[in-house]
Design a protein around this ligand. Structure first.
Ligand code: PLP
Length: 445
């Protein structure tokens, strides 16, 4: 087994230690986040461990196991998990039903190429079709990949159905659609674009929830004739700061898109599969998109993504798009089990109730800390707490402090603390979440 330990120095300063791998000293490393006199793991260090590219800013925490809404670090300390792999572990950690179903699946068959029929894939597709406005599904492995599929679909739709050669997809400012090049280009946040130019062309941005901004952008792009292939939009902006969509805006958006034969595509990677207390975010907005992309919560912690479309958008033919791992039996079994367990345990009801409880508790916090907190927002079990711009407090500082109270939360931009716990979270756990959060704010403010 890989044994990676750092022997640490004293005086609470950045330490230099000795890294052991399989018992032998391999290098001296810095472990500035670790406390004096304790042991730290290389994975806990904010510096990149050897062998891993330096792509993530990591908290000084190494999680080694989980059960339900709780995770344990390598020292045995227990944390309440309001991150859930960022809105991913819908059934919580190490769920019995998911474990049983996937163990059985591993014993049966794990991967089959899409050269052949895959019963688990067909079953999950049918299940999704029966539980949404979609008629057809394409499977892939992640949110970004689902959005790539949607972008290709929109371009093909525009070309064949509307004769558009130079298509534009309209997306919202502050949106987030993933890290692959086209998904990144669709993302309306410049900070993610920096250093990656030239981006994929054909994306333009309007202000979220602002119909006037959308309409004038559309008019501008189409001043010489039809060019807009699709609108790609989140029903609630997650990474952009937990900003719920306005039903009024979305209703008008839908009307306009239908009138002009523009595909309306919802990015439900974060909101889909029960997180809002409805199966899909579009349900609480009261409109149906022509297509939607999902990932995160669908696999309950296993890699799966999907593009789901209504028949009107059914334009792909064999050879147009593919994914080696997309729709493999293991991932589809995970998706199917998550869906069936959400139904069986009536988790949509739980999300509504616990989301309401969490939202109320967060509002109390806003009243307790009026000099630091602006407001709370969210739907179901995706809730955000916005810190005032002129407060010195940041969301990442709060998330860091919450670790001292054995609570995991995540930022959504510099000033929003986001909570996306497993959908199975219980009343008493929400109480503990709120207590831990209050203590963390008391420490910071
Ligand atoms: C709305 C939305 N779309 C797309 C993505 C990208 O998903 P993935 O990281 O699975 O590629 C995310 C991830 O946070 C997301 O929140």
């Amino acid at each position: 087994m890989l044994l990676e330990r750092i022997l640490l120095g004293i005086n609470n300063k950045p330490f230099t230690g000795i890294k052991f791998i399989q018992g032998s000293v391999v290098e001296l490393v810095d472990a500035p986040h670790s406390k004096c006199g304790t042991f730290g793991f290389v994975g806990s260090s904010p510096t990149a461990p050897i062998g891993l590219m330096n792509t993530y800013r990591r908290f000084p925490l190494t999680i080694v196991r989980g059960k339900g809404c709780w995770v344990w670090d390598h020292t045995g300390k227990r944390y309440l998990d309001a991150v859930a792999g960022i809105a991913t572990c819908s059934l919580g950690h190490s769920d019995n039903a998911l474990r049983r179903a996937l163990t059985k699946q591993l014993n049966k068959i794990q991967h089959v190429s899409n050269l052949y029929h895959i019963p688990e894939q067909e079953e999950l597709a049918d299940w999704l079709v029966n539980h949404s406005c979609a008629d057809k599904v394409f499977f892939c492995n992640s949110g970004a990949e689902a959005n790539e599929a949607a972008i290709k679909l929109a371009r093909k739709f525009a070309f064949y159905k509307r004769g558009i050669n130079d298509p534009v997809i309209l997306t919202a400012q502050a949106s987030f659609h993933g890290r692959t090049l086209a998904a990144l280009s669709a993302t309306g946040q410049e900070r993610y674009h920096e250093g990656f130019q030239p981006l994929v062309k054909g994306f333009k941005f309007f202000e979220y929830n602002n119909y006037h901004s959308f309409e004038s952008l559309l008019a501008n792009v189409e001043k010489d004739g039809p060019r807009v292939a699709a609108v790609l939009i989140e029903p609630l902006q997650g990474e952009g700061g937990v900003i719920p969509g306005s039903p009024h805006f979305f209703k008008k958006l839908k009307e306009k898109c239908s009138k002009q034969n523009i595909l309306l595509i919802f990015d439900e990677v974060q909101t889909g599969v029960g997180r809002s207390g409805f199966w899909w975010g579009y349900e609480w907005l009261g409109i149906e998109p022509d297509a939607l992309t999902v990932a995160k919560g669908l696999g309950g912690g296993h890699a799966i993504g999907a593009l789901m479309i209504q028949n009107c958008a059914d334009i792909f033919k064999p050879g147009d798009h593919a994914s080696t791992f997309g729709g493999n039996p293991f991932a589809c079994k995970a998706g199917l089990t998550v869906g069936m367990e959400i139904n069986r345990r009536e988790l949509l009801q739980n999300v509504k109730k616990r989301g309401y409880q969490l939202g109320e508790g967060l509002q109390k916090l806003v009243k307790i800390f009026p000099k630091h907190l602006k407001e709370t927002r969210g739907v179901g079990l995706i809730q955000g707490l916005e810190i005032l711009q002129d407060s010195p407090l940041t969301a990442s500082k709060l998330a860091q402090t919450a670790l001292d109270h054995q609570l995991l939360v995540v930022s959504a931009g510099p000033k929003v603390v986001r909570m996306v716990p497993p959908l199975v979270i219980k009343e008493n756990e929400i109480k503990q979440l709120l207590q831990k959060l209050e203590l963390s704010f008391r420490d910071c403010c």
